[in-house]
Design a protein around this ligand. Structure first.
Ligand SMILES: O=C(O)CC[C@@H](O)C(=O)O
Ligand SMILES: [Zn+2]
Length: 573
């Protein structure tokens, strides 16, 4: 163990990691994945092997049975309230959008140019199916507007004709919110992809909704700024989709919610009117802050076409470390220590358990090498970002000394350069991708007091064992092969990924409603950052009281009285 008097320089040598040629870019969908190979030639970098502490028997606190009454509904049936698309409708869309490539359809449009070609239904698959291949729609029409005015024309027409519409961004969602359920018209915002302005003094960015998050981050990076959110799906997801789902991600701990970062929105309402509110003002107390209603509304009350957002200054000094720990109790203690020592420079505090780590080691597309000598029950990743390297290093030095002396960490790795920063991040960021490679993933995205988080993971595992349907890595042919607990400790946000051999309703019955009841009983949220979508459209009652739900429904009715936008989703209790 290091003594308190040793300098960071000497530690740095001890912690030295060999260059790790790794790309951090973990993207979903169509974007290619960076080759990630943790080619550690020399022995992996170590902090030190520290004394472990035994915390005795920790019985998980199993909440009493749920008091929450939530009506469970059958899978939705297509509502006859919505009109069926006709060749005349498709002909009208062809007239209102510029260029034949703006209309992708299996229906021969009435009165169309003779050169118009319909497509094979399979060509609509990437729009009809989500990236996990869990949710499948049957839309026959994808519209690709290039301007806000075109979106407005589409909506005016659909509203008049009672045609249901699903807005689609990068199609990287996890709850089936961005794909049709039946034959809804898909309006993809991908064609609205221009940066409108960037104020280099204020750091305010105004852009189209279809801009890809990573492209925006690269753009503002040139001016010394960064986007206030970072997601594994950044190479594919659109800023409009991020705002519509109020995406959280990896920088939430430091920069907070999009409710605080979005300064203004341009929104096309269901009847085609344009709500022009692309303000770049930080302060504006004139009337209700309407934009807040659209942030996290999941495309149910308007289509976001433009976003104005504040971008923070890019940090010039960054440190990333991963620690191995023996107990979840230690994870919490380390979190407290890290906050105490790092204060304002802490930019991420993530955790992942051994099962998540194993899944990454075995199934990640790109090899993510284990930098540790042995496996440990828990890992935490901390990131600091500041503007003064010496100052940050000094803080980190004191933190590391404390952590090692307290025996809270068993092992650790500190990145020595940007490549290693990416490598360490990929240990955490690869969990969803690796789980998806291993099998079909039942994903849960919950927030609750940090102290309760891991009890749920243990209870879930125990439940599968009790039902005799769980064997690690499917090695006994059971339907469940992994229960991964990981997430954003810094935000009290737990992800549970249950890897099964299919989306088997029998497995789902073991998980639900148990997982929602459990979360509700600890006053948590069943939808921390991924949204409700189709998956949780009937589950909102686990997190919100009847009066709140009543007012949410009134808001929906106010903006979308004909209920044409993103039907069957969000709030269907
Ligand atoms: O896939 C998941 O369940 C979580 C995805 C994302 O929110 C993350 O934190 O990596
Ligand atoms: Zn997350």
């Amino acid at each position: 163990m290091f003594s308190a008097s040793r300098s960071l320089a000497s530690k740095a040598t001890c912690l030295k990691a060999t260059p790790l040629p790794v790309g951090r870019s973990l993207t979903r969908g169509l974007i290619t994945r960076a080759k990630a190979e943790l080619a550690v030639a020399a022995p992996p970098s170590r902090l030190a092997t520290c004394q472990r502490i035994s915390l005795g028997n920790r019985a998980p606190s199993i909440p009493s049975s749920s008091k929450t009454q939530v009506r469970t509904l059958a899978t939705p049936v297509r509502s006859n309230h919505y009109a069926k698309l006709t060749p005349a409708d498709v002909g009208e869309f062809c007239k209102m959008l510029s260029g034949p490539s703006s209309v992708l359809t299996t229906i021969q449009p009435e009165g169309a140019d003779p050169s118009f070609r319909t497509v094979d239904p399979s060509e609509l698959d990437t729009f009809n199916h989500d990236w996990m291949n869990k949710y499948h729609g049957k839309s026959q029409l994808v519209l690709k507007p290039k301007t806000t005015e075109e979106v407005s024309k589409i909506m005016r027409y659909c509203n008049e004709k009672n045609l249901a519409v699903v807005p689609q961004g990068g199609n990287t969602g996890l709850v089936g919110g961005g794909v049709p359920v039946f034959d809804e018209v898909i309006v993809t915002l991908a064609g609205l992809n221009k940066i409108r302005s960037f104020d280099e003094v204020a750091g305010t960015l105004v852009c189209d909704a279809g801009c890809v998050l990573e492209a925006l981050d690269n753009h503002v990076a040139e001016k010394g700024y960064m986007m206030p959110l970072d997601l594994g799906a950044k190479g594919s997801c659109h800023i409009g989709g991020n705002v519509a789902t109020n995406a959280g991600g990896l920088r939430y701990l430091r920069y907070g919610s999009l409710h605080g970062n979005v300064l203004g929105l341009e929104v096309v309402l269901p009847d085609g009117r344009i709500l022009e509110n692309l303000s770049t003002l930080r302060k504006d107390n004139t009337g209700f802050d309407l934009k807040q209603l659209f942030i996290g509304s999941e495309g149910t009350i308007g289509l976001i076409t433009g976003v104005s957002i504040i971008t923070p200054r890019r940090s010039s000094a960054m440190n990333v470390a991963v620690f191995a720990l023996e107990t979840y109790e230690d994870v919490q203690k380390v979190f407290t220590q890290v906050k105490t020592h790092c204060g304002e420079i802490l930019s991420a505090f993530e955790f992942f358990d051994q099962e998540s780590f194993d899944v990454v080691q075995k199934h990640a597309t790109a090899h993510v090498r284990d930098p540790f000598e042995a496996r440990h029950p828990f890992y935490v990743l901390i990131e600091t970002s500041g503007s003064n390297k010496d100052h940050d290093d000094e803080k980190l030095q004191v933190l590391l000394e404390d952590l090692m002396e307290s025996g809270l960490i068993s092992d650790g790795v500190l990145a020595q350069d940007e490549t290693q920063v990416q490598a360490l991040w990929s240990l955490r960021e690869s969990v969803p991708e690796a789980a998806g490679k291993m099998g079909k993933v039942f994903k849960y995205d919950l927030s609750m007091p940090v102290s309760k988080m891991y009890d749920l993971v243990r209870d879930m595992r125990k439940r599968f064992e009790d039902h005799s349907i769980y064997s690690r890595d499917f090695d006994q042919g059971k339907p469940v092969g992994a229960v991964c607990g990981y997430g954003h400790i810094g935000d009290g946000n737990l992800h549970i990924n249950i890897v099964a051999n299919s989306y088997d309703p029998e497995v789902e019955k073991v998980i639900e409603p148990f997982i929602y009841e459990w979360t509700s009983n600890v006053k948590g949220s069943i939808s921390a950052e991924h949204g409700l979508g189709l998956m949780k459209a009937q589950k909102i009652g686990y997190s919100k009281d009847p009066t709140s739900i009543e007012f949410m429904k009134k808001i929906k009715d106010l903006f979308d009285p004909k209920k044409i936008l993103n039907p069957y989703k969000y709030i269907q209790v």
